[in-house]
Design a binder for this molecule. Structure first.
Ligand SMILES: Nc1ncnc2c1ncn2[C@@H]1O[C@H](COP(=O)(O)OP(=O)(O)O)[C@@H](O)[C@H]1O
Ligand SMILES: [Mg+2]
Length: 240
């Protein structure tokens, strides 16, 4: 089982959007079965998943305190790829997730503010000795700024060769529990997500294989089931 954390200390950089999109694409391609874990107390990813009609990828309830056991449970269940969405600006929480991950994706908008903020996330990931990949997200027609951002980031680590552009369908699809691949399969946004996942999948294949994590399955993690409660109600990680 491969664990991919999507982290950056900057809010609004696209963590939740990228987590949901890559998880759906991984499930459609070679990465399944896929589980999603939301560690952000704001619960945006779980809100999105609750809006979703499709049950794939699965949503696993987890808490920071029980993350080890929850991940062990997912491993026992045979999940192959797990994506963990993380909160912004809570270093301790991000660190807890990063140390358990095989790869850390750092979404970064091509703005000077985001680029400055990326440094802190990089330090944290490097201290944990984990491989990282930057994903430039929300690029606009100002190609020069995007190119400059990619060059600046490349000083600190690998930059994914696919850039996600700022498009309405990314924002709109997340509102109703979908992804751009489901809302607009032949659009340019869908093509970007497909090629981003193809790159990440290759990157994961090249990661060293480590010893299997040994732990008993846990009853805390719920797999593939809709969270309990009234139909359509969101279950926030903070409430677990
Ligand atoms: N590529 C994109 N194009 C358009 N809107 C985007 C894109 N990426 C993210 N957004 C929007 O930007 C906002 C922040 O994205 P989100 O994924 O929630 O960031 P984070 O989880 O890092 O706080 C959301 O409203 C989302 O819909
Ligand atoms: Mg988020």
């Amino acid at each position: 089982m491969r664990i991919i954390a999507v982290s950056s200390q900057k809010g609004g950089s696209g963590k939740t959007t990228i987590t949901g999109h890559l998880a759906v694409e991984a499930a459609r391609q070679s990465g399944g079965p896929v589980a999603l874990v939301d560690t952000d107390p704001q619960g945006s990813l779980s809100d999105w998943w609750n809006e979703r009609e499709a049950d794939d990828p699965a949503f696993a309830q987890a808490t920071m305190a029980t993350l080890d056991a929850d991940l062990a449970g997912l491993r026992e269940q045979g999940f192959r790829t797990v994506f963990i969405d993380t909160p912004p600006a809570i270093t301790g929480a991000i660190q807890t997730v990063v140390v358990k991950s095989d790869l850390v994706i750092i979404p970064t908008r091509p703005s000077p503010h985001d680029l400055r903020a990326a440094g802190k996330t990089v330090e944290l990931v490097e201290r944990a000795g984990k491989p990282l990949v930057f994903v430039v997200n929300g690029a606009t027609a100002r190609a020069r700024l995007t190119g400059e951002a990619a060059i600046a980031l490349s000083q600190h680590g690998t930059v994914a060769p696919t850039i996600l552009h700022n498009r309405q369908d990314f924002a709109a699809s997340m509102i109703d529990g979908r992804t751009v691949m489901e809302a607009n399969p032949s659009g340019r946004s869908a093509t970007e997500v497909e090629s981003l996942w193809a790159y990440i999948a290759e990157r994961i294949k090249r990661l060293p294989v480590k010893a299997q994590f040994k732990s008993l399955p846990t009853s805390r993690a719920g797999f593939g089931n809709r969270p309990q409660g009234p139909v359509g109600a969101a279950v926030h990680p903070a409430a677990l």
